[in-house]
Design a protein around this ligand. Structure first.
Ligand SMILES: Cc1cc2nc3c(=O)[nH]c(=O)nc-3n(C[C@H](O)[C@H](O)[C@H](O)COP(=O)(O)OP(=O)(O)OC[C@H]3O[C@@H](n4cnc5c(N)ncnc54)[C@H](O)[C@@H]3O)c2cc1C
Ligand code: FES
Length: 500
């Protein structure tokens, strides 16, 4: 096995963001009153803001960090209604009608992106591709066959095969025809311009920290300003949560990884995902005459403390075996939120908070689901009927998500370094250690200074774990991430780790 860990010693960065001329917008420095406030500039928030400005609404869009720097900036960007294996389960749980609606919501979303990009001349590398989910094991064949049978029942254009255009031996694959892949950041950067052209206001580095839900919702920002609106959409990945903690109880975060490589072998058409774990997700990247391939996978519960460097290495080995790696371009990771019934939550947050909406729980398929969510939210705000309102309904009855549990030896398991005291910690590494009965997070920076922080996540107190590739502290409960020295990178936490 090649030693590739050092290939991944550079900080991860997003291929999508790096290959886009990113627009920039000001920080909010005054109080505002508007019709609709959208919080969060990922695919769900930007598409909602675009759709509502197009319908003539007065919209303000705020982003707490850089635009498109959340999960949408670190995705694989298949735009498809083939969401791994899903339709047989939806039919069993909710019946054929609901399963068909899910397919149609996502198919309409693909067409929405295609038509919107064409309407505004956005070059977002949109390409039609067939989507494959494949098994390499005899035991997986029945599941694939059942999925294809579900396609037949739902009149989805697809078929069963035992061969891939890729040089990977398989037992069976379910194929969905005419799906797509695109460049999400180029597409969304194009929509931001359209929002502005239609009178929408956009602010970056403007973190929402709290909101009141009295007569009209009022959102307060970290820098002390407030925005009053008739309607507020929390498109913040994990929603700004009310007292009842519905979202905390019904979703779990899972990480996955991507690498972009220049491949030695030519790439046929198609987008691929393995049925078995470790997951492998594959698509091409458009880069002139060269063959570029994006390989992703290694999905796992966020913050389980296993070595992330090893995960990148395993994806690299797979990519090298399949395509021959001529050059490694970028590597990156992110997490998404999974509901227990595989359906997202989109709509009004609760009857106690009139005018407050959210879209979340996209289960790693938020590019099409996020677009479907945006048109649904725009219809709800406009008081219009939408065929998918019940499909994504918040508050539906379902099994609660099990809290991630790492057993009794948490501290050992979730620290990647075998360190018994802070003095043992090498430069550039982090570890969890007990101090006076408390779990502390230690990080020694490249200059040798030791940073000591409380290891309790500032969102709801779960322990964070060291991520040895991204050099972050990751929380298993709802996916918050903190830099090595404890600053929030990703919510729902809004406060840095407590420093000693
Ligand atoms: C590795 C990986 C690969 C994936 N591949 C695919 C794929 O191929 N196809 C697919 O359909 N889906 C895929 N997904 C899932 C998809 O990328 C996500 O579901 C989707 O991007 C989520 O979009 P979002 O708008 O909800 O969240 P985000 O993109 O995370 O946007 C939320 C934004 O809100 C901001 N924010 C958060 N809190 C606040 C606050 N308090 N105030 C202001 N702003 C705030 C954040 O900074 C962020 O920019 C993948 C996910 C991962 C992790
Ligand atoms: S993200 Fe909720 S407790 Fe950490």
């Amino acid at each position: 096995m090649k030693q590739t860990n050092k290939l991944f010693s550079d900080k991860p960065s997003s291929y999508w963001r790096n290959s886009t001329d990113m627009p920039s917008y000001p920080v909010l420095e005054k109080d505002l009153d508007t019709d609709v406030l959208v919080i969060g500039a990922g695919i769900a928030g930007i598409t909602t803001a675009y759709e509502l400005t197009k319908r003539g609404r007065r919209v303000v869009l705020i982003e707490g960090r850089d635009l498109i720097s959340g999960t949408t900036g670190y995705t694989t960007s298949k735009l498809t209604a083939q969401h791994d294996i899903i339709y047989q389960g939806l039919i069993e749980r909710y019946g054929e009608e609901t399963a068909k609606q899910y397919f149609q919501a996502n198919l309409q979303a693909i067409n929405y992106v295609k038509d919107t990009a064409a309407e505004h001349g956005i070059d977002c590398e949109f390409e039609e591709q067939d989507a494959y989910v494949y098994t390499q094991l005899d035991e997986g064949t029945e599941t694939i066959e059942k999925e294809v049978e579900a396609y037949r029942k739902l009149q989805i254009d697809g078929y069963l095969t035992d061969k891939l255009p890729l040089d990977i031996p398989i037992k069976a694959a379910a194929v969905m025809r005419q799906q797509a892949q695109f460049h999400p950041v180029k597409y969304l950067a194009g929509l931001l311009k359209e929002i502005e052209l239609r009178g929408g206001s956009i602010y970056e580095q403007t973190l929402a920290v709290s909101f009141d839900t009295e007569e009209r919702p009022v959102v307060h920002t970290e820098s002390g300003y407030s925005i009053t609106a008739n309607n507020v959409v929390s498109a913040t990945h994990f929603p700004l949560e009310l007292e009842n903690q519905y979202f905390s109880s019904n979703m779990n975060p899972k990480n996955s990884y991507g690498i972009a490589i220049k491949s030695k072998k030519p790439y046929p058409k198609g987008m691929y995902i393995s049925l078995e774990s470790p997951k492998r997700s594959i698509r091409s990247l458009k880069k002139g005459e060269d063959h570029y391939v994006l390989v992703g996978g290694e999905s796992h519960v966020t913050g389980d403390g296993t070595s992330v460097l090893d995960r990148y290495e395993r994806i690299y080995q797979f990519a090298d075996e399949q395509f021959g790696v001529e050059e490694l371009y970028e590597h990156w990771s992110s997490h998404d939120l999974l509901t227990t019934d595989q359906l997202p939550f989109v709509g009004k947050v609760s009857d106690e908070a009139p005018g407050v909406y959210t879209a979340t729980g996209f289960g790693k398929w938020g590019l099409s689901n996020g677009v479907a969510a945006a048109t649904l939210l725009a219809d709800l705000i406009d008081g219009k009927e939408n065929a998918f309102a019940d499909l994504y309904k918040i508050g539906r009855e379902m099994e609660e998500a099990e809290a991630a549990s790492f057993g009794e030896d948490d501290v050992d398991r979730i620290s990647n370094e075998k360190v018994v005291q802070p003095d043992d910690l090498p430069n550039g590494k982090g570890a969890l250690l007990e101090k006076d009965g408390q779990t502390m997070a230690y990080y020694r920076d490249d200059e040798g200074s030791l940073h000591e922080m409380n290891a309790s996540c500032t969102h709801n107190g779960c322990p964070v774990a060291w991520n040895d590739a991204d050099h972050t502290w990751d929380c298993s409960c709802h996916g918050s991430r903190f830099t090595a020295v404890g600053e929030v990178v990703e919510g729902p936490a809004i406060r840095d780790l407590d420093r000693e």
